[in-house]
Design a protein around this ligand. Structure first.
Ligand code: R5P
Length: 296
């Protein structure tokens, strides 16, 4: 197997190649003056099993087109097989038409990847697990919650408790995983989002956090409203410090300000999104999965 790093995930691809002790394919990219993307393999990839690594964090449309062009080239130049690691699988909100006339974005991404010859997809804490049912190829969802918990374990936590900021099954499962790693309790809050305005209401409930350190674990921080609401509630109930860990710390617009104003101690994300919050790598969880699925 050889690793191909897309422009959005070059460092992550390098980490994966080092952990697997396999080579990183040499490539060249540039942008034409009008902004169009150009990609070239600098070595022969015909007959190779490739793992293409490219996360689709914002600007997701640009990262998606880069990925499609890489896959198209790999397929055309005769790669034997193509696996793709897309830690942040953008366009995973619309697995069905929630309102009449809406697009099915996750279905479109699945169709394109399959059409471009992808044989297997690996992703991390996908926004909606049902999205993966749209694939006819093997599609694996990995979780970064344990890796995030390991990061917070080094923070000298006092009587920690892990909190899921909403009561969705997968969200609670992630909090449970993190709690196991930290040997801590876990609990969850309930929230509701208005489908039209995007406004979020988080319902207060009694959680025993007085004098304790709380770790909020979520899949995505987008506007930061979900996490900020949870931080506020936990601080109000006497939490000593509140950390927030997210598999995909997108932090768009005013998200970081909202979280800071709410009193967050620290925000940690993964290298699924390359920004200053990328403090944890998802490379080890992919490598573990590849070994389990005997791809290596
Ligand atoms: C909700 O379904 C997700 O698990 C996240 O809580 C949500 O996407 C976070 O979004 P925001 O940061 O905009 O509140």
């Amino acid at each position: 197997m050889k690793i191909v790093g897309g422009p959005g995930s070059e460092e992550l691809a390098k980490k994966i190649s080092e952990l697997l002790n396999v080579s990183l394919v040499s490539t060249r990219t540039k942008r034409f003056p009008d902004g169009e993307f150009y990609f070239k393999f600098e070595e022969k990839i015909s007959g190779e099993d490739l793992l293409v690594v490219q996360s689709l964090y914002p600007p997701q449309d640009i990262h998606a087109l880069e990925l499609f062009l890489i896959l198209h080239t790999a397929r055309d130049l005769g790669a034997e097989s193509i696996s793709v690691f897309i830690p942040y699988l953008a366009y995973s909100r619309q697995d069905k038409r929630y309102l009449e006339g809406e697009c099915l974005s996750s279905g479109m991404i699945a169709e394109i990847l399959e059409k471009l010859g992808v044989n297997a997809l690996y992703t991390v804490d996908v926004h909606n697990r049902r999205v993966l049912e749209m694939y006819r190829i093997p599609a694996y969802n990995l979780t970064a919650s344990r890796e995030l918990a390991k990061y917070f374990a080094a923070k000298d936590l006092r009587d920690p408790i892990v909190i899921s900021p909403d009561d969705e099954k997968d969200a609670i499962e992630r909090a449970k995983n993190a709690a196991e790693t930290l040997n801590a309790d876990y609990d969850f809050l309930e929230k509701q989002r208005d489908r039209y305005t995007g406004e979020i209401v988080t319902y207060e409930k009694h959680i025993d956090v007085e004098g304790r350190d709380a770790v909020i674990i979520d899949d995505i921080i987008s506007t930061g409203k979900t996490a900020a609401n949870a931080v506020k509630i936990l601080k109000k109930h006497g939490a000593r410090r509140v950390f927030v860990g997210a598999s995909h710390a997108l932090l768009v617009g005013e998200a970081a300000r909202l979280l800071n104003e709410a009193g967050v101690e620290e925000i940690a994300g993964t290298d699924s999104v390359m920004n200053k919050y990328a403090k944890v790598s998802v490379a080890p969880i992919l490598v573990k999965k590849l070994k389990e699925t005997q791809i290596l």
